[in-house]
Design a protein around this ligand. Structure first.
Ligand code: HEC
Length: 188
């Protein structure tokens, strides 16, 4: 066999391997076209979805809110903590009021689901003041979509909404009152 023919065989075999390698993530068993390598695939396969923010929100709820509002958001008539599950405040069209409650706290009494809560010595402190915009967006998105609030179509609370409200109330010190909040549009 002439040497040039052997050379052509070797060259075409080699370029064939390069081609396959190029189009299959260098033989990574998990990578196929159109992904060129495993990082490319990872970036596409797991976009940060609402699942992640709900998980983070649930964790924050467990550390910061459940002692008062209960693990399942039922609140407690004995301690004067109102329910979050089924609360018209939580499920309002926009997060306008609940972002303010987390940032500055709330001194009632407040009416939730037809019952009276808070007031007197019982108030909600500014538990969200030290949280990041994202943590507030996560935990509020979670309470709007947990327990029986799930599936009611409450829109997620975005980081931008948290930022915008925080900017508006940056000069406000002290608790909000329910009356003050009710004067605000439900959604703005
Ligand atoms: C120290 C106990 C306490 C903690 C911790 C707490 N809350 Fe509250 N929360 C209250 C009380 C009490 C009220 C009612 C205050 C009032 O009107 O006097 C309230 C009111 C609310 C309301 C408005 C009324 C309703 O039931 O919808 C929301 C929303 C709320 N809290 C969300 C949260 C979230 C989210 C967290 C965690 C980030 C949290 N709270 C942590 C005690 C607490």
């Amino acid at each position: 066999m002439p040497i040039w023919l052997i050379a052509i065989f070797i060259l075409s075999g080699f370029s064939g391997l390069i081609y396959v390698g190029n189009h299959s993530g260098w033989f990574d068993a998990q990578v196929y076209e159109p992904f060129v390598d495993s990082q490319h695939l990872e970036a596409w396969a797991r976009p940060p979805g609402p699942g992640e923010e709900l998980k983070r929100g649930k964790a924050t709820f467990g550390t910061l809110c459940s002692t008062c509002h209960g693990d399942t958001g039922t609140g407690s008539a004995t301690t004067g903590c109102p329910p979050l599950d089924g609360s018209e405040w939580v499920m309002a069209a926009g997060p306008n009021r609940i972002i303010r409650i987390l940032q500055n706290g709330l001194a009632g009494p407040i009416e939730v689901k037809g019952g009276k809560y808070g007031g007197g010595a019982v108030a909600m402190t500014a538990v969200g003041a030290a949280l990041s915009d994202q943590q507030i967006s996560d935990v509020l998105t979670y309470v709007r979509n947990a327990w029986s609030n799930k599936g009611k179509g409450a829109a997620p609370v975005t980081i931008e909404q948290v930022k915008a409200v925080r900017e508006k109330i940056k000069d406000k010190s002290g608790y909000f009152t329910p009356d003050e909040l009710l004067k605000l549009p439900e959604k703005d």
